[in-house]
Design a protein around this ligand. Structure first.
Ligand code: NDP
Length: 305
């Protein structure tokens, strides 16, 4: 059985950057692409905030470029999904169904999936009015009307950010209270462009060929249904880190994100994590890429020590 030096699980910007750095360090990484090769960036269109692209870059192009860049130095991609790991001894064993692999170090970069409401057409309309990332897409809503679903810190932060551009931001909150921290609540509530729609749930997305045009909402107290014009619908209802395959062998925080320290170390020596799977706060392509660089350098140091 070949024992690899570095195995990387997940191919968003974090995993691919880890692959690039590990390949250039002559560690011949094997990189598992999983069910969603390229991760969340492959679901987006224009990325305008990744440094180095003055005209912006399409999400899938950015991913393909990093992938090719890492391949140039010897990263090997495997189009398989890692279903199980065994972290009890080194080299670590891990499995794609029944197929076993072994590696001295593991870099976990399986990302986090934004939660969706499960409404008809919402996935097809992502990038055409539906978004799960205010930092990525808020800029496109200058002087437009936006609705945001959610009442946590992300929703408050998204609202405050989008209100810099949009003419009006409505918050669809399913309860009559917010989960967000008090300072974040206050900042959103003090902003005159932001208005709260309490006990409000989105039932349907209305759209035409150009994208989202409105939403149908229900007040879950009065059962009154109404139609609201909107140019954008942002989901801020949480993220689900992709950690189920670890079967709790690695320490997670209360929300299921991998707990890391010193820039990417997990509780198990030789296993590192980078990108959204360990980051509930920033979740940006550039911060994920930066953490991928860190994880790779930590793995290299570990192998040499
Ligand atoms: P949270 O899980 O904290 O909040 C999710 C929100 O979405 C809740 O208001 C929840 O409502 C609502 N929601 C969930 N499902 C649905 C649904 N199906 N329909 C309507 N509403 C729904 O997620 P966040 O992403 O806001 O935050 C995650 C973590 O990251 C938290 O610990 C947060 O503090 C942290 N964070 C910190 C930031 C900072 O410090 N700058 C910025 C962003 C996040 P309900 O309350 O009714 O369940």
């Amino acid at each position: 059985m070949t024992v690899h030096k570095v195995a990387i699980i997940g191919t968003g910007p974090a995993g691919l950057t880890a692959a690039l750095y590990s390949a250039r360090a002559d560690l011949a990484p094997i990189v598992f692409e999983g069910h969603e090769p390229g991760g969340q960036l492959t679901l987006t269109t224009d990325v305008e905030n990744f440094p180095g692209f003055p005209e912006g870059v399409m999400g899938p192009d950015l991913i393909n470029n990093i992938k090719k860049q890492a391949a140039r130095f010897g990263a090997e991609y495997i189009q398989k999904h890692v279903t199980r790991v065994d972290t009890t001894s080194r080299p670590f064993k891990f499995y794609c169904d029944d197929e076993e692999f072994q590696s001295e170090t593991l870099i976990i970069s399986t990302g986090a999936s934004a939660k969706f409401l499960g409404l008809a057409n919402e996935k097809e309309l992502t990038g055409k009015g539906v978004s799960t990332c205010a930092t990525c897409d808020g800029f496109f809503y200058r002087d437009k009307v936006v609705h945001i679903v959610g009442g946590g810190d992300t929703a408050m932060e998204d609202a405050t950010f989008i209100a810099k551009f949009a003419s009006k931001v409505y918050m669809c909150v399913r309860k009559d209270t917010l989960r967000a921290s008090k300072p974040m609540q206050k900042r959103a509530m003090d902003n005159e462009k932001i208005e709260f729609l309490w006990n409000t749930e989105v039932q349907e997305i209305l759209f035409d060929d150009s994208g989202v045009t409105g939403i149908k909402v229900i007040n879950n107290k009065s059962n009154e249904v109404s139609t609201r014009q909107t140019d954008g619908l942002f989901y801020a209802i949480g993220h689900r880190p992709n950690t189920a395959f670890l079967e709790k062998q690695i320490d997670l925080d209360d929300h299921g994100f991998i707990s890391t320290k010193n820039g990417g170390e997990t509780n198990i020596a030789g296993i590192f994590a980078c990108g959204d799977v360990q980051d509930p706060i920033f979740r940006q392509a550039i911060s994920a890429a930066g953490s991928g660089c860190q994880a790779s350098m930590l793995a290299e140091r570990f192998l040499h020590s």
